[in-house]
Structures are given as C-alpha cells and as structure tokens.
Design a protein around this ligand. Structure first.
Ligand code: 13P
Length: 361
C-alpha cells in the first residue's frame, strides 16, 4: 500500500458514508500508535503535522518517519497532511517532504493570529490549490475563524489561533460565502467554523446547539453536497481522561469537548475529516502520570512511553470505529499522485465517478 491523497480518501469516505479521524503527531510514539490502531481495525489513516510539529520534530525526521510508517504498515493507506499551513511556502515545503495533502488556512493572516479578509483567504487558498493540484496533492481550506461561541476567543495552539475577541459572524462559517469560496479556490475539503476550538477548554458545559452550531454544517452540506467538510477542534475531552490526569497530580479544571454523537451527526451531513489532537495528548499524559506516580523510582522512558502509546492506540481505535472508518482500508485501491494530477488537469473530479473508476482500474 502507499500514501494516499486526502481527496481520494475522502471521496471513498463520502461514497460509503464514513468519516476519517485525522490524528496530529509530533514524534515516533504518536506516529506508531496511530498506525497500530489503524492496522488493528483495518482503517485508512490521516496523520497530520502542524507547523509546531515540524519545528519540534524537524522536517527531515518527519519525512523519514512517514517513509518508515508506510513501510511498517504496508496494508494501510496513509494520508500525510499539513495542519494549518500559513502560506504558500509552508505548504510547498511540506509537499517536498512527502505530504500528500496540505491545509492552507487563510482564515488567519500569515502570522497565524490576525483574522484575514475574505479576499485574502480566497487569493492565498486558490494559489496553493493551483500549485498543489499540479502535483496531484490535495488542499484543505478554512472559512470562518475557530473559536468559542461562549466567549468569542480562539485557543492558541502551537502559536496558531486568533487573537482578540471575535464576533459571531467571524466564528460561524457563512453558507453563501462557502459556496463562493469553494467555486473560486477549488479546494478538496473545507474546514468549517461552528464553535469548536483547539485544546481541552472548548466548552464550560456539555455543548448544545447554542455553543456547538452543528446546524451550520447541515446547511453547508445541503448547499455543497460534493464538498468534503472538516471539523477542527474535535477532541471529545473524555471525562475518564480528565479524571486520571487529576487523580495522579494533574490540575485540569472541569471542561467539555465535542461529544462523539455530535461528530457522528456531522458525518451524516458531509463531515469526512475530524481533527483530533488533545484527546491523544491527554491519553498519553494520563498514563505517564499514573506510572510515574505509582513507580517514583522509575527512570526508563520506555517504561512509561510504551503504556502511553497503548493508551493512544485505544483512543484512536475507538474513533476509527465510532466514525465508521474501521474495515475500509482493504477496500481502497490507492491512485498514484500522477494520476490525481491528470484528473485535476482535466477538471475531472466527480467523487462518485472517481471511486468507481479507482476500483475498476
Ligand atoms: P483538538 O485540540 O480538539 O484535538 O483539535 C485538534 C485540531 O483541530 C488540529 O487542527
């Protein structure tokens, strides 16, 4: 098997009605854990790295790690995706490192903090899509700014996230604008703003429609049935993981994430990619805290990193199963980048047509 483009994978998911979790990684342990979970349940994988991850791990290390993961798990199609690219150069260098998909987040200016104008977003996203599609690489765009509908602020994650207080107009993607944006930029997938934010502190109570606006997704899907929608900030921040962290010396204030059943509702309305980072961080941290508290004499990192990986495998497996991606990997025949490039050049992009042809080829 091989690395797959986001476009081909999400076309497959759309045709069969499932969603694919996109797990952020920064190191070998997270990469191995996400892939072990995918293999265990026969799910295709989206592994994503942010600019912060690229700085932390080094691009060369990440590129070789992706090569290794593809080789270790030959039966699993892997989409390697750039999370929150802030400009054409960041996207191009990711492609040079072997990424098969990039996110151009033009909802913020290149400083990753200042909300950008609609025209800026269209221009920079269209430029990246034109460039990436020449090589068959997929592009995710974002319209609307991630942030809380409760207090109007975004969460900074690895230096990325809106500063200042945002209005509801900025925090909720406008369906009319979404139609115009997709037509002008030709993105393969669109991230929607509807009240989620990065990190653990998304909601001060179990979210209802006032603070998690799933209706926006349903409206956009009605208007854009062939565009793959993306939910960012979609960790569920499970209570048991908060409890284990706090039981073993952590101090996380009570918080709520995005309930899995809300994500499943999104999947019924065109959501195909679901971004998850915080839940895996919490799963690993809970295990590390538990082991070091119970064994204060321990100093071999393998003794706590291996169980931490196992905790992440458990979380990832659950999400693959809950989103319907389990059992799908072996049904996908990966199309090479060059073939995808030809399809873009011909403007030949009907999702249903693709998947049927992929199977026939
Ligand atoms: P969480 O912080 O909810 O895991 O979201 C991660 C994310 O959206 C990365 O882009």
């Amino acid at each position: 098997m091989a690395r797959i483009t986001l476009r081909q994978l999400l076309d497959h998911a759309a045709e069969r009605g499932y969603g694919v979790p996109a797990f952020n990684i920064n190191n070998m342990e997270q990469g191995l854990a996400a892939m072990a979970a995918a293999e265990a349940v026969d799910a295709p994988a989206i592994i994503q790295a942010s600019r912060g991850a690229r700085q932390y791990a080094n691009d060369i290390m990440l590129a070789k790690m992706i090569d290794a993961l593809v080789e270790i798990y030959p039966h699993i199609p892997v989409c390697m995706h750039l999370d929150h690219g802030n400009g054409a150069t960041t996207c191009l260098t990711a492609i040079q490192s072997g990424f098969t998909s990039v996110m151009m987040d033009g909802s913020l200016k290149s400083d990753g903090k200042t909300p950008a104008s609609y025209d800026y977003n269209v221009d920079v996203t269209r430029q990246v899509a034109e460039m990436a599609h020449l090589g068959g690489v997929s592009v995710e765009g974002e319209l609307g700014v991630l942030g809380s509908l409760e207090h109007g602020t975004g969460e900074q994650e690895d230096g990325h996230g809106a500063e200042g207080v945002l209005s509801h107009d900025q925090l909720l993607t406008d369906p009319d604008q979404a139609v115009d944006f997709v037509a002008k930029t030709k993105v393969d997938a669109l991230a929607i703003a509807m009240g989620t934010s990065h990190g653990a502190y998304k909601f001060s109570r179990k979210p209802d429609g006032n603070i998690l606006a799933m209706g926006v997704i349903e409206e956009i899907h009605q208007r854009l049935p062939n565009t793959h929608l993306v939910m960012h900030g979609s960790s569920s921040v499970p209570q048991d993981l908060q409890d284990i962290i706090n039981r073993y010396g952590g101090k996380m204030p009570q918080t709520w994430g995005v309930p899995v059943e809300e994500i499943q509702r999104g999947i019924r309305h065109g959501v195909r990619k679901i971004n998850i980072d915080t839940d895996n961080r919490m799963a690993m941290t809970g295990e590390i805290r538990r082991i070091l508290t119970d064994n204060p004499g321990e100093f071999d990192p393998r003794k706590y990193l291996k169980p931490a990986m196992e905790a992440m495998v458990k979380l990832c497996r659950a999400r693959f199963e809950e989103f319907g991606a389990a059992g799908q990997a072996s049904k996908i025949k990966v199309v090479p980048l060059a073939t995808m490039a030809q399809r873009y050049a011909r403007g030949d992009l009907d999702p249903k047509f693709h998947t049927q042809r992929d199977a026939a080829e």
